[in-house]
Design a protein around this ligand. Sequence first.
Ligand SMILES: *Cc1c(COP(=O)(O)O)cnc(C)c1O
Length: 392
Amino acid sequence: MARFPLSPAARAFKRRFFPDATLAEWNDWRWQLRARIRDLAGLERVFALSGDERAAVARHRGPLPVGITPYYAHLLSRDDPSQGLRRTHIPVGAEYVRAPGEYDDPLGEDAHMPVPGLVHRYPDRALFLTTGFCSTYCRYCTRSRLVGEVGGEHTFSLPQWERAVAYIAATPQVRDVLLSGGDPLTIHDDKLGWLLGRLRAIPHVEFIRLGSKVPMVLPQRVTKDLARLLGRHRIWLSLHATHPDELTPEASEALDRLADRGVPLASQTVLLKGVNDDVATMTRLMHGLLRNRVKPYYLFQSDPIAGSAHFRTSVDKGIEIIRGLRGHTSGYAVPHYAIDAPGGGGKVTLVPDYIQGRDGADLLVENFEGKVYRYHDPEGTLGSAALLLAAE
Ligand SMILES: *Cc1c(COP(=O)(O)O)cnc(C)c1O
């Protein structure tokens, strides 16, 4: 097995909580999956749980179970229930409260499935749900309704894949296929390679990308063989990144392996209250991603899944964060801020309003410092409404 880095923090954690695991086991993604923390006893062995967390875990039934790889557990605070990353993975009672405007399937995905497991909402691209399994379950998961069903984590069967592939093959307008789940990088190389090969053989499929949190939560999965497989099939990767603490030496190794094999890397981040909802944290995350050759792609307003209100910020906060990035740092570091419109409207991107108004033939625009500049734009109409409002 190829060498894999072990950060001092992970080493100390391993020595204390998994002393019997060999280094080879710790660095083996299959061992990490087998050793996942999945229940109250497993959590209590590592974490000092609050009464609220303990009750929430004890009460849990159905999909979105507790699941945390030992590797990722080392990034969670053992004694502070308010730490951001810990809140994203250990349930609390607020998960059982359905707030107004929250739904089990907020994006209306189930209504846009021409065949089971394939969401075709946009004209030219399709979302292929490959598995219901993740190595690690995020408490704000958009697909909390269908991931990690106990005993049914792998119910996405081969016949279902075949139907989805057949639909794409029979639908020439689909030129872009996005593989998601669950986490498609938890699928073994041979099965994943088979699926990628089938999709690549469809002449009108020009672009295949894969959405995954694996490089952050199970970087050991990114073996040299996997990186080679993805590179060979010309796959793009959309990486789910939450917080700069995730960018460990282990994660960097995983991302290097992918980038070195020519896999273009982009990121997706969910804006989460008390986790990453401030300009300084988000700037650190975006800079850390760029250092690892990952282009920040989307910052999502958190989807209104049932029991997620404790994670949700106002939309103002998202705009404030984009304002705090744009112009203050590289344009490369600025993601698109998007709301996924409830009911299946798709992604709507939002930008701060930099148009201040119009003065005759001049458009008045505000720069990142808040200074107003004129741009001569004699044929334009933008900004006229603002002028009228200001004049009233
Ligand atoms: C997000 C998403 C896509 C991809 O959208 P892009 O803006 O191209 O990244 C495709 N299909 C569905 C259903 C999606 O939710």
